[in-house]
Every structure is written in structure tokens, then in C-alpha cells.
Design a protein around this ligand. Sequence first.
Ligand SMILES: Cc1cc2nc3c(=O)[nH]c(=O)nc-3n(C[C@H](O)[C@H](O)[C@H](O)COP(=O)(O)O)c2cc1C
Length: 319
Amino acid sequence: MTREGLFACVDARAGAVVAKSVNESAAARRQLDIADYAFVSPGGTVRPPGEARLGDGLLNRSGLAQVDLDSWLSVLSDGVAHGAPRGCPVLGSITLGDPSAAARIGHAMASVVPAVELNIGAPHGREASAVRQLTEADAVGEAVRVVRDAVEVPLFVKLPGQASDVVALARAARSAGADAIGLVGRYPGFLPDLDGGAVLGSWGAWSSPGCLPMSLYWVGKTRLALGEDVPLIGTNGARTAADVRRFLASGASAVEVVTALWVEGPGVIGELVAGLEGLDLAEFVGSALAGAREYAEIPPVSPPAWLPYTAHWPRPSAR
Ligand SMILES: Cc1cc2nc3c(=O)[nH]c(=O)nc-3n(C[C@H](O)[C@H](O)[C@H](O)COP(=O)(O)O)c2cc1C
């Protein structure tokens, strides 16, 4: 959200940096005034940001960059100028409010950045009307078409994971002109504090390492359905180099990371990138999908895999 932040990610050798999202709405900018963050350990301990660990989940309210568009374009422009000679594209991002306003912002951004990401998957859209989460294919197609027509650089579209058919959303976004598809946004979340209230005192957005397989599911399904010519950007749940590799093996050509960056600082980017050393990416991307059969193709498991569990239950007489 700041020049310094963009520069730090470039200097940490990110493959590309997507800047904080903006949109046309003053109400969306004000959301930042009520933003709050709670990290949750695997055992359920709630920790403030300064004490977060990499394996924690993150429940939060979020906002958008709190600057006017001209000032924001100037930040982006500085980011692009810093990234370009270092081989790191810096991109603009819009969180959808009104599609025609997103088109206007995207058009302005395209004069500064080499590509724009449009986020139509933010779970905050369920709680605040200033941003929108689209979960129906028709609505996705319509919004993407409006923005696509106005943006003269590649347009990436980030989808929600909470639709009955995320592949249908990806197909609609692609048909409407998306150059790459981001899969998937974070989830809505709620956590009672068991003291009569709720963590953060509200509903929120949630992600955790446990969300990784849910993201990988839609990456893999979309790769199979849309084919290898449609570039996919995996996101939501990558904290380690192994997680990044799992996104790639599921069919993503790039991986977006936020929470790990918050917890570990920009240095984590170098570790994630180093974890890809020696990979033949052309071969590795999508390589796990050969091992993903349909249920109907699986022969009976013999002996039944559930048997060992019940075999260890105590008999009633032994209780
Ligand atoms: C604190 C926070 C702020 C975020 N802000 C934005 C945003 O402004 N625009 C956007 O498209 N996605 C935003 N995201 C979503 C991420 O870009 C991404 O889709 C996802 O959170 C990455 O998963 P990870 O946090 O597990 O790495 C945000 C995520 C977090 C955790």
C-alpha cells in the first residue's frame, strides 16, 4: 500500500508485485479505518499481528488504499520505475465496486502499469456494499467485459472460491477477455471468543494454511477444464516453498502470497523463490493432475481403509 512496500517486495526478488487494490468508493477507502487483524494458532489461540507465526490463520477486516486516484497512480508509477530495471513488473489492482467505475480506473492505471488485476472475489463484499463479490457466471462475464474493453494492458481477474461452480466463473471471465485467472479469494469467517463475544467483534475474512487444498482444488479443476493455454494464478494458502510448488503442480503458472509476507516480512519472498530452484517449470506446472482420478475410476480399496480405525476402538466391556 506504500511506495516503500512496493520497493521492498521488488528488492526481495518477487517475480511480480501486485499493489494494494483501489476502487471508486469513498466508503471502501473508509473501510481501512475499521480494518483489524487477528492471527489464530492451529490450537485456537488468538494473537495480535506482532506475535503472528507462519502456521496461523488470519481473520480480518480490510480496507483499500486511502488515496485519490492521481496520487495512487504516482505511487504505482514509482513502483513500476523501480521494478522494471530489476525485471519485476509492478501491477495495479482494482477491487470491484461499480463495473463502469472499475473500467475508468483500469483505463487510467493502464497508462502506468504493465497489467491490471481485477478482484471480484473479496469476501468483504458480503459485509460492505462498497466492494462486491460476484459468484454467478453471468455477472462475472458482464463485469469483466466492461473492464476489459477499457483496459489496454493485460487484465487478470481474481475469482472467489465460494461459488457452486468456480470453473464456470473462470470460463465466463476468460470468455469476457481475462488474460489470466486468479484462484481463489479468501473465505468469509467468524470466530466466537468464548467469552460472550466474537474475535474482532465482527464477521471477517479468513484464510489459513488449511485453505490451501481448497484453493488447489479449483486451480486443478480449472486447469483441466480450460486447458493449459489459460494462465492461472494460484492464491490463498501458500506460506512455504512447498505450498508454492503445490500450486504449480496443480496448474498455476504464478502464485500470489500475502499472509506469509505479513508474518515474515519481504525476506520470505526470496525463500519461496529459492524453493523453485532446479524445477523445470514447463514440465512441473499441472504435473499433479495426472494423479487426480475421478471417484468412478478408483478400484475398491482392499482391505477397506477405514477398518484400522474401528479396529482400535475399545470394546464396550473394556470401558
Ligand atoms: C491483509 C490482506 C489484505 C488483502 N488485500 C487485498 C487487496 O487489496 N486486493 C486483493 O485483490 N486481494 C487482497 N487480499 C487477498 C490476497 O491478494 C490473496 O488473494 C490471498 O489472501 C492470498 O492468500 P494468502 O494470504 O494465504 O497468501 C488481501 C489479503 C490479506 C490477507
